[in-house]
Design a protein around this ligand. Structure first.
Ligand SMILES: [Zn+2]
Length: 251
């Protein structure tokens, strides 16, 4: 029994490391990342296994946090029931599977964040099918208390990875699309002081790396990374900062 238990734990730790490696390796734009290009609107769907009821995790709260995180990164999220109306039927899905083996004093949990959209088959373009084009998984274990803390934390890291890839695939116009510079954003990068979720409070927004300013509703404005976002409330202020108006949204 003892050996069996240790083997199980070793397996879990190895899987966890693999997930970590996957999460860290993205030197250049791969097909997974490229599949996020122009996915301007999406829904977020969180699904939990039955065993989650034995933990203190709350499905609705988890979803709200992920939605908030995505919106703060400038990604437009539709209410769940409108998933069919998003172009390409883009959906970010979050799967939380928790199970408690009866012989172990720990919960094993499996997290999956994946992006689903409708794609056409190369051979038969009229055949359209829903496919997973981006995904990240995480497998680990812990006590009930640890789970309450670790699951939201791990999901946040996974969502950050999605956001990073999303921004790689959708670089801001007027901003250099230097992939190396973008890749230096670490998984644990602290959030900026001003977030795009509060962008609506400003009349004009810009990236600190760009000479162009936008109205907060502009598509380009929504792609500004939270840590780079700067807001202005008057035209004088923004002109003084040496910025010029965007030619698309004409702020
Ligand atoms: Zn604009």
């Amino acid at each position: 029994m003892r050996i069996n238990r240790n083997m199980k734990l070793t397996f879990v730790i190895v899987m966890c490391l693999l997930a970590g490696l996957t999460a860290n390796s993205s030197a250049k734009l791969n097909p997974r990342q490229a599949s996020l290009r122009d996915a301007n609107v999406m829904t977020v769907d969180v699904v939990c296994s039955q065993d989650i009821q034995e933990t203190d995790l709350k499905q609705q709260e988890i979803r709200e946090n992920i939605v908030k995180q995505l919106e703060q990164a400038g990604i437009k999220i539709l209410p769940e029931q409108l998933w069919g109306t998003a172009p390409g039927r883009c959906r970010l899905k979050v799967l939380i599977k928790v199970y408690k083996p009866s012989d172990l004093d720990t919960f094993i949990y499996n997290l999956k964040v994946y992006f689903v959209q409708t794609v056409a088959l190369e051979r038969i373009p009229e055949a359209k099918i829903d496919a997973v084009t981006w995904e990240l998984t995480w497998l680990a274990h812990g006590s009930k208390d640890r789970l309450t803390e670790e699951v939201p934390k791990n999901l946040k890291i996974m969502t950050d990875n999605f956001i990073r890839d999303y921004h790689l695939a959708n670089p801001l116009s007027g901003e250099p699309s230097d992939t190396n510079a973008r890749n230096t954003v670490s998984m644990t990068a602290p959030q900026g002081q001003i977030r795009s979720g509060v962008a609506a409070q400003y009349k004009y927004v810009s990236s600190k790396n760009s000479k162009i300013f936008h109205s907060p509703q502009c598509r380009s404005a929504k792609r500004i990374k939270p840590e780079n976002l700067v807001g202005y409330n008057s035209k004088e202020e923004v002109i003084q900062a040496g910025k010029r108006p965007c030619k698309v949204c004409k702020p």
